[in-house]
Design a protein around this ligand. Structure first.
Ligand SMILES: [Cu+2]
Length: 180
């Protein structure tokens, strides 16, 4: 009897295994499903920062410059910038302060990079601002950024920090934020 029971168990096991294997066959679908579609990151490949760079600094903030270039077929409305190096990152414009100086402020509606065109970021003009830096940004250091457009697509940018001593705009605390 023990032998017979054992044989029966083996048969049951074999049948169960056969069912399992059948269940994993191609007819069930997953193997026939289309390949995963590319994620949003690759869809964001239309934006590049030509000649991009960041200002090396041991201070609490730095600027990122270059030519935001859109080689895609639709305008890109950039609404957010992030960097792991910075507690806060913003898109800034530089404006007259009404007293003969220049002051930078948050770009209230972000930047628009036209299809096939570019939006210049330069010292004394529009720029990406990384604030609350966790540590100094050294010359030659790579800085990774993510810029998000109005469709929520994330565009990854990497720039290299360089020494730069011009365009030390005053940064008036509180001036940059329009939040109530
Ligand atoms: Cu700024």
């Amino acid at each position: 009897m023990p032998i017979a029971r054992s044989a029966r168990s083996a048969l049951v096991l074999t049948l169960a295994l056969a069912v399992t294997l059948t269940g994993c066959g191609p007819a069930t679908g997953p193997a026939d499903a289309p390949p995963a579609t590319p994620d949003a990151t690759s869809a964001g490949a239309g934006l590049v920062l030509v000649d991009g760079w960041a200002k090396a600094t041991d201070g609490p903030m730095t600027g990122v410059f270059g030519a935001l270039t859109n080689d895609g077929g639709t305008d890109l409305h950039l609404v957010e910038v992030r960097s792991e190096l910075a507690g806060t990152s913003e898109m800034h414009v530089t404006v007259d302060d009404g007293a003969g100086g220049r002051v930078m402020r948050r770009a209230e509606d972000g930047f628009v990079v036209p299809a096939g065109g570019e939006h210049a970021l330069e010292p004394g003009g529009d720029h990406l601002m990384l604030m609350q830096l966790a540590e100094p940004v050294g010359t030659g250091q790579e800085v990774d950024l993510v810029v998000v457009d109005s469709d929520g697509v994330e565009h990854e940018l990497t720039v290299t920090a360089r020494a730069f001593s011009g365009a030390e705009e005053d940064y008036a605390p509180g001036e940059h934020t329009e939040a109530p």
